[in-house]
Design a protein around this ligand. Structure first.
Ligand SMILES: [Zn+2]
Length: 80
């Protein structure tokens, strides 16, 4: 990771505003979800894209209990 050239302050409720150039570059829109990743050096945020828990596809998804499953994997599971 490298510095992006922005310094943001955390407000009293713990919120930060993601600078517009970053929102534009990563196509972040209102109500999009972000996923937090951490390591020993800190954390970073990444736009959260739902993917199938089994194959990683991001199309034709269904919520199944606490997992996300694609149509193809769901068919396969039903055949077990
Ligand atoms: Zn799948």
């Amino acid at each position: 990771m490298k510095p992006a050239g922005f310094i943001m302050k955390v407000d009293r409720l713990g919120r930060v505003v993601i600078p517009k150039p970053i929102r534009n570059k990563y196509e972040l829109n209102t109500d999009d979800a972000l996923e937090v990743f951490i390591d020993d050096n800190g954390f970073f945020l990444k736009k959260y894209v739902k993917t199938c828990a089994f194959c990683g596809k991001d199309e034709n998804l269904t919520d199944f209990k606490d997992k996300v499953v694609c149509e193809d994997c769901l068919k396969e599971l039903k055949g077990l």
